[in-house]
Design a protein around this ligand. Structure first.
Ligand code: NAD
Length: 281
């Protein structure tokens, strides 16, 4: 099935091998699409516990797509910076001829992992702002600058990555959960604004997914607990919280993202799908 034949997709936060963004890019390429992969490509010393993909890792993701289909276009872009987002969308239009599907996948910040959960009373304003900018404002900016290009193609789709963390109360997750929950509201509003243009807007909410980001978080957590290995801590979370009894693989998120961006979801808009192994049931 070549659902993306003749289509161009943009995937943000796709600069790390093994991440959800890379898996989405790979899936779209394997279904015949051409893909532009976007990532920050620099360190942020002010965010000490986060690590980010380099331009070399982004380029290697873009190049490696060639084994599934066409080589990808690597675009350096801080998705929280409006000028950079505008330039990135213009570059994709110039090089690949347009955009049919935007996957607004980049996200993260305080509360996005088990080691940096901070109660509101102790949460720095800068950590709140950083998280909301990365996990919510980035979706607004990418949508804003992709919409004219999507309209130019006569329609298309926007698919955002939110999180199961936004749908149940857990202490220490306020910034991340609030930002991700707001992505669902933004998804609904955009769906109404863009329905007449033939642009569908949906989101999906991953449960715990084995990406480099999550593995690093469990390694950091185990470093604080001499009695447990990263795998034991992960197993304990999974066995108590996830009915299917395991964490997800990135390709399982990519399958849902690819469905939402495709014509198979042609009568769906404004929705958020939960991909969480039954955690929210
Ligand atoms: P990841 O770290 O591999 O992906 C995030 C990517 O975003 C990285 O490549 C990073 O370099 C990039 N990025 C960070 N700041 C950026 C910026 N300002 N501009 C451009 N790129 C930037 O992690 P992942 O686990 O693959 O997460 C992907 C998405 O899935 C995120 O939105 C995350 O919140 C969400 N999510 C992940 C899980 C999980 O368990 N892995 C669960 C729920 C939701």
């Amino acid at each position: 099935m070549q659902r993306y034949e003749g289509k161009v997709a943009v995937v943000t936060g796709a600069g790390r091998a093994g991440g959800i963004g890379e898996a989405i890019a790979r899936r779209i390429t394997s279904e015949g699409g051409r893909v532009a992969v976007l990532d920050l490509c620099r360190d942020r010393p002010e965010v000490p516990r986060e690590s980010f993909g380099s331009f070399e890792s982004l380029q290697s993701v873009a190049d490696s797509l060639a084994k599934d289909g066409e080589r990808g276009l690597a675009v350096r872009c801080d998705v929280t910076d409006e000028d950079q987002v505008a330039s990135a969308m213009a570059e994709v239009q110039r090089v690949l001829g347009g955009i049919d599907v935007l996957f607004a996948n980049a996200g993260g910040g305080t509360g996005a992992g088990p080691v940096d959960q901070t109660p509101v009373a102790e949460l720095d304003r800068s950590a709140w702002d950083y998280t909301v900018e990365l996990s919510l404002t980035s979706v607004f900016l990418c949508a804003k600058h992709a919409i004219p290009v999507l309209r130019g193609r006569g329609g298309g789709a926007i698919v955002s990555t939110t999180s199961i963390s936004a749908y149940h109360g857990v202490s220490g997750l306020s910034a991340y959960a609030s930002a991700k929950y707001a992505v669902t509201a933004l998804t609904r509003d955009l769906a109404m604004e863009l329905a007449a243009d033939g642009i569908r807007v949906n989101a999906f909410a991953p449960g715990i997914t084995l990406t480099p980001y999550v593995r690093q978080r469990y390694e950091a957590l185990a470093a604080q607990d001499p009695l447990a290995t990263p795998q034991e801590l992960l197993d304990s979370f999974v066995s108590t919280r996830i009915p299917l009894g395991r964490a997800a693989e990135p390709r399982e998120m990519a399958a849902v993202a690819a469905f939402l961006g495709s014509e198979d979801a042609s009568f769906m808009t404004g929705q958020t799908l939960f991909v969480d192994g039954g955690m929210r049931v």
